[in-house]
Design a protein around this ligand. Structure first.
Ligand code: ADP
Ligand code: MG
Length: 983
């Protein structure tokens, strides 16, 4: 793959454009546009076009730094001061892209610029490779700090020049704004319009922004705009441009981490506020009762009875986080294994006696569910009335109450304060599972949010009415072409291929990565682990090295922060709600002595550059330290060095060390032959061993369920060939081990074995993540088709070419509905009875269907009779109302009906989804059933849309008609408003 790309890169580099004046260079984009519009294939102009863009980068984002107000380099050269006065003079009246300088100016600057003066911005060859991968609609995997922002500009320009709208989706507003402003000069120089869509913008501003050729925006905004546009009642109110090409930055975060959370827009609250308060005492006593039970079981375990493993297994089902249980498991090495043996034995034997029988409910941590046992049901019904949970589940109100009750139970058992959510300003704020960030404005669905509010005794907020929902995946699939970039994709390459048909191309780093990824360290308990982490931070910190510590949750960052404070270590803690502020902190995380605690992906997208004097400061500190140690009596210090670069930085300082004492590099990793020290190595046992390293040190305080996320954290260090290191800490109490490593027995604490176990647990967790995402996608495919159908219907109505013929076909479709409802096709023709059908048409539509003569009707005859009857009424009404008004009325009614029906359907559907997903635990994969049932429901929805539309249209009062004659006008005010909106 990359070989083919390399050939193109050579071709790109064969163009030398440095001799062109700006005015000449800028004409190229016109030339390209022309050629493309004449039908020349884009591939044809590709190498030259990329060469032009490359040159523009170096000129406008490199050399033009000279004209920045804050540029500090000195430049007295005549050519430069002349150029500066030209630019400054013109800036007042025209945009930078209109200011053209000569080739001679650029030549002069190129001759005098120095490395590190910030005047060079020439895209690297590897960046061109990445650009080509994106251009072909693939995922370019490039490390952090490799300059992916720049890479995306190449395909975006090419596509925009060939007339496609390009969207570039970022993870947040801050990055959308930053990237747009930063890359803007390049687009503008080529005559392309670029803009960004930000969440605070008004519709008018958005509409304006979407007009640009290239639009930056955060992925949520793109999706929300799509949903919002599709509930608007006039096409001209829509803001979004056509969805053509999209480049997704941090694509793994968007397609994987966000895959299971749909984007939802919601409207006015529903009337029913829920019965949470009523159920609270019952749920609490249920939990107390189970806690007593667990106490009893624990006592039995401690009595060392023979059945203690059965009891343990039961406790694990009843309360997987029980502290005594975890302790016991830690201190009794075989317990895990014996316990899971028992579980599988019981499951396999299908014995009469089930483990859960003694419990009230069973907690499934993996699937985040709580299942009531028969005992639990009996207990609850004892308080709430018999049959409450089991009977009459079809009565809507009761179904709603049962849902409230079960969600409340989940809220108590599964959702942990300060881990899953925090209480803030009298409300619940969700803590994002992946980023550890506070997700303001996000709400748990399905009444869970309200349930948690009730548990915390807060005011219960209203549950919203869903007006539209779509998953990130399905939103991005609406584009003709999708490409993406990230530092971490290859571990999930197969999934990208299978689920999204996206290929991952690994692009080599511009300069080889020399970061040392040190082996993981393992501890029994969280406590011991954190202590060790603090020790390591202290050590690195004492040499002035910057340290970045990644934690899993806000709560854990705070705990660590408190520990560091106790040790007097100044640090920044990053759970900022503000991305811009977050970016500032993370940017300075590479300064000497900086200690930064961040949740897993906080600050994604911002690059950590190392402080200017960092290496010197760190080396001085180490040398100082060695000298002191030697003076204090250490005879032989072994220094582990992990890269040639670091060795070469340190070595010169060691030459004039006091004789008789040696410092010998140990080389556990990459460096092999270092002649100066070789051979002296094993003479003495070192009295002190120490790791020497430069650059940023990253500590992971826990392994995440997906290796990809760990890679993301590690990748913060060692950017652009910088030295650096990373290490992960794990304990047996980490979620990863507890949930996915259960059946393993930990006998010895051998690091290699532990690493294997951890990796196995991680693989299991990754598989589980994959399965869930796959399921979400497969299921969402079904609703995706439905959503598209509804949205298409709306757009057709709105697009203005709604004609009488459209209305006729609506009627004839409805005739089919009537036939299938009232006419029994299997009966002999002469026994068919049309009286029900006639009655229905008369009462609902005021339409009189005339029976065909002779009492003998074929289906065809019936069809004709219905059509004629409707046509007659329709013509009569149209004669009175006028054709124009009739069409307007039809449109207004249909829009209203569509909206009400669709929102009802959405809320009904999420409930249906859940009931199906409960069944799936019983029956395994039931996707086929789901498709079938869902499509049946959807067909019913379409039929009811037809019926309600006709009813609304035919019941609109004719002039002079008495109001009480209105049969059932659905929504008189809404229809009135829609009518006056002049569709
Ligand atoms: P990524 O998104 O891959 O993590 P960014 O796009 O944020 O990386 O860029 C990281 C840094 O590298 C930026 O400060 C940028 O200025 C710098 N950079 C990228 N490409 C080049 C280049 N060709 N020449 C000079 N600096 C570059
Ligand atoms: Mg980036």
């Amino acid at each position: 793959m990359t070989n083919r790309y390399r050939k193109i890169v050579r071709e790109i580099n064969s163009f030398d454009l440095s001799g062109l004046d700006d005015s000449e260079l800028s004409t190229y984009s016109l030339k390209f546009k022309e050629e493309l519009s004449k039908g020349r294939s884009p591939e044809h102009i590709l190498p030259q076009a990329l060469a032009v863009i490359k040159e523009v980068f170096d000129r406008r984002l490199g050399i033009w730094k000279l004209f920045d107000a804050d540029y500090s380099g000195q430049s007295q050269h005549q050519v430069l001061s002349r150029a500066r006065s030209i630019v400054e003079g013109k800036r007042a009246s025209v945009d930078d892209s209109q200011i053209h300088l000569d080739a001679s100016f650029y030549r002069t600057v190129r001759e005098m610029r120095q490395p590190g003066d910030g005047l060079t911005f020439m895209p690297f060859d590897v960046q061109l490779l990445g650009a080509l991968a994106l251009y072909e609609g693939k995922i370019a995997e490039m490390g952090t700090g490799e300059g992916k922002t720049l890479v995306a500009v190449f395909p975006a320009c090419l596509w925009a020049l060939s007339g496609k709208k390009v969207h570039i989706a970022t993870v947040n507003d801050y990055l959308a704004y930053r990237d747009c402003a930063w890359m803007g000069p390049v687009f503008k120089f080529l005559g392309l319009k670029v803009d960004c869509v930000l969440s605070y913008m008004s519709d008018a501003e958005r509409r304006e922004a979407y007009k640009a050729d290239v639009v930056y925006g955060n992925n949520y905004e793109f999706g929300f705009d799509y949903l919002r546009d599709n509930i608007k009642n006039r096409l001209e109110d829509r803001v979004q441009s056509k969805l053509e090409h999209v480049i997704i930055d941090e694509i793994d975060s968007i397609l994987m981490d966000e895959a299971t959370t749909p984007l939802i827009i919601s409207g006015a609250p529903e009337d029913y506020a829920g019965d949470y308060w009523k159920f609270k005492p019952t749920v609490e006593s249920l939990i107390e009762r189970q806690a007593e039970l667990v106490e009893r079981l624990l006592r039995e375990v401690q009595d060392c009875r023979d059945d203690r493993y059965i009891r343990l297994a039961q406790i694990a089902m009843a309360d997987p986080w029980n502290a005594d249980l975890l302790d016991y498991l830690n201190n009794n090495r075989d317990a895990h294994k014996k316990m899971s043996d028992i579980q599988s034995r019981f499951a396999a034997a299908r014995s009469e006696y089930k483990l859960e029988e003694d419990l009230l409910y069973v907690v499934d941590e993996k699937h985040r569910t709580v299942k009531l046992t028969d005992r639990g049901i009996a207990f609850a019904e004892g308080r709430l009335g018999s049959g409450f949970l089991t009977l009459n589940a079809d009565v809507p109100l009761q179904r709603e109450q049962v849902r409230n009750f079960l969600q409340l139970l989940r809220a108590y058992v599964l959702y942990r304060r300060d881990e899953d959510y925090i209480v803030h300003n009298g409300g619940i704020v969700i803590v994002d599972e992946f980023t550890g960030r506070l997700a303001f404005g996000k709400k748990y669905e399905e009444g869970l949010h309200q349930a948690i509010e009730c548990k915390e005794s807060l005011r219960i907020t209203a549950e919203n009415l869903v007006l539209g929902r779509i998953t990130h995946t399905n939103y991005f699939r609406l584009y003709e072409k999708m490409a993406g970039m990230t530092a971490t994709a290859h571990t999930q390459a197969e999934e990208f291929k299978k689920l999204y048909n996206l290929e991952v191309v690994r692009i080599p780093a511009n300069r080889p990565i020399i970061r040392a990824d040190l082996p993981d360290r393992f501890y029994r308990t969280e406590e011991e682990k954190l202590e060790a982490v603090v020790d390591e931070i202290k050590e690195y910190h004492s040499f002035g090295r910057p340290v970045l510590v990644g934690t899993r949750s806000v709560e854990k960052s705070e705990r660590l922060s408190a520990l560091l404070a106790q040790h007097g270590i100044l640090h920044n803690i990053l759970n900022a709600k503000n991305h811009a502020q977050e970016a500032e902190i993370i940017k300075s995380a590479g300064q000497p002595c900086a200690v930064t605690i961040a949740t897993n992906m906080a600050g994604r997208g911002t690059d950590i550059a190392l402080g200017k004097n960092l290496h010197k400061i760190v080396i001085d500190n180490y040398i100082e330290y060695f000298k002191r140690k030697l003076k204090d009596g250490d005879r032989y210090i072994q220094v582990n060095v992990y890269s040639q670069f670091e060795h070469d930085m340190l070595a010169p300082h060691l030459r004039d060390f006091p004789s008789g004492l040696r410092i010998v590099p140990g080389f556990p990793s990459p460096i092999r032959a270092l002649p100066a020290y070789a051979g002296t190595r094993v003479l003495l046992r070192p009295s002190l061993t120490i790791d020497f390293g430069l650059g940023l040190h990253v500590i992971g305080t826990e392994r995440h369920g997906a290796r990809r996320i760990d890679d993301q954290l590690k990748g913060r260090s060692g950017r652009q060939g910088d030295p650096g290191s990373s290490r992960f800490y794990q304990s047996l109490q980490d979620d990863l081990f507890r949930i996915f490593g259960r059946e393993e027995t930990v006998k010895t604490f051998d690091a290699a074995r532990m690493t294997r176990l951890a990796r196995r647990a991680q693989r299991k967790s990754e598989e589980m993540g994959y399965t869930i995402r796959k399921q979400v996608i497969e299921w969402d495919d079904v609703s995706d088709k439905q959503r598209k159908t509804i949205y298409r219907m709306r757009s057709n109505i709105l697009s203005g070419n709604w004609t009488k013929a459209d209305f006729r076909s609506l009627i004839s479709e409805y005739a089919e509905d009537l036939i299938s409802q009232y006419v029994n096709v299997d009966m002999p023709n002469d026994e068919r009875n049309l009286s029900e059908l006639k009655k229905h048409c008369l009462t609902d539509f005021g339409v009189r269907v005339k029976e065909p003569d002779g009492g003998y009707y074929t289906v065809e005859q019936i069809r004709k009779a219905i059509a004629e009857a409707f046509e007659k009424t329709c013509n009569m009404r149209e004669h009175i109302l006028g054709a124009d008004f009739s069409r307007k009325l039809e449109k207004a009614v249909m829009l209203d009906v569509l909206e009400t029906a669709w929102t009802d359907y959405l809320s009904f559907q999420s409930e249906f989804d859940r009931s199906i997903s409960l069944r799936s635990y019983v029956k395994g994969n039931i996707l086929a059933d789901y498709r079938l049932e869902s499509s049946k429901l959807f067909n019913d929805l379409l039929a009811s849309i037809r019926r309600e539309s006709l009813r609304g249209i035919f019941s609109y009062p004719l002039p002079g008609e008495k109001v009480d004659y209105i049969r059932r006008a659905e929504n008189p005010e809404v229809i009135g408003k829609l009518l006056s909106a002049n569709l």
